[in-house]
Design a binder for this molecule. Sequence first.
Ligand code: NDP
Ligand code: 2IT
Length: 444
Amino acid sequence: MSYVDEVFDMVVAKNPAQPEFHQAVKEVLESLRVVIEANEEAYRKDALLERLVTPERQLLFRVPWVDDEGQVQVNNGFRVQFNSAIGPYKGGLRLHPSVNLGIIKFLGFEQIFKNSLTGLPIGGGKGGSDFDPKGKSDREVMAFCQSFITELYKYIGADTDVPAGDIGTGAREIGYMYGQYKRLTGLYEGVLTGKGLTFGGSLARTEATGYGLLYLTEEMLKCNGKDIQGKVVAVSGSGNVAIYASQKAQQLGAKVVTVSDSTGWVYDPEGIDVELLKEVKEVKRARLTEYAAARPSAQYHEGKGVWTVKCDVALPCATQNELDLEDAKTLVANGCFAVAEGANMPTTLEATEYLQKNGVLFCPGKAANAGGVATSALEMSQNSERLSWTFQEVDSKLKSIMVNIFHNLDDAAKKYGMEGNYVAGANIAGFLKVAEAMTAQGVV
Ligand code: NDP
Ligand code: 2IT
């Protein structure tokens, strides 16, 4: 049996009931097959793949907190410190009832390659909890965040592990966590990114994932003789990534006609009103029904349906496995020619394959959404030098990072005989740097 197949079977056997983790590993290992086979003996002797798929450290802890009725609640807390070969562990904290160890491991594994692709010195990690911030009061969210950090603070630090936002974790949560870390350690250091602008946050970090997604998409289209201007774009989600992806798409002259949340979706043929969306989601923390109620051109539908709308470009920006084979078929039938993932692993393996086989330009999340973590690394740099850069400075660095990422994965795909396969290009380019650093650092 080939080394790649052996390691994949081992991952499934040793990590039962973690389908998202298996899926993420499968996609990466399949892409690496050609690279591994060319160097199989050395990698096998070093157990390089076994080490790559095994987290360096996994923290699981209890998070007790008191709700507004005086009732004690208990959630599960996680931090997976996956790989520190190229820098301190770096990656977000997801707060969502669906969170379990397998989901955090899939996200942490993806983060290794994503962070490598940014070209910046950051290793891979991810964490979170099954706590649901939705419908909680600010005091309850603070109680949870303080309890979460009261355990996690022992294992994180500006030079060891630097968490950030993800689903359910935004500026409010990061602020409460930062305050508790500072109180417990007495340190005023860049231990978290996505901080408020008055206490060490970076300008453009809020916008970075969505903006970066569009900078990369623009470059991918350009290199394939196409242009984002005037195109119809379908976006899913209506959180941090979706909002700023929509905003930048519009600035680049595209028309964004959809957004969604976990209960329904909006079709707005006039183009999404981003200011109204920000008011509904960032200020009121309300449902999309409120957007539709305030916007005469918008049609609200219950359930799932964004990918049924005719579009040129699709940007899934909500969550994993939200775009399946049926959706891919509909997108292709409707003439969609590019898909770039704002979310982490939003497209199933079957859907990805179908899109690629049908000539759709497809950029995986670990490259397309890397602008968020890249700008987090820029926030770390600013914290270290105790300076803050202007919006334009950060934004222009972000743009060149995204353009570079696209060319790196495009070049890697070409070099290994898979021109246009940006999934393979991203996995190979991300892997090679990490593998070289792991090999150079010996058996650790
Ligand atoms: P937010 O919490 O700001 O928004 C998430 C959005 O996705 C909401 O509209 C939410 O709807 C929807 N959503 C979440 N879970 C589900 C679900 N199970 N089913 C349907 N809809 C769902 O998160 P972000 O925008 O930050 O993150 C979105 C994606 O982007 C995630 O995959 C994340 O890992 C990824 N990402 C985020 C980065 C960042 O910097 N924030 C960086 C790189 C990737 P509702 O409000 O109803 O739950
Ligand atoms: O998935 C991701 O890259 C993020 N949630 C952002 C991580 C970060 O450290 O900014």
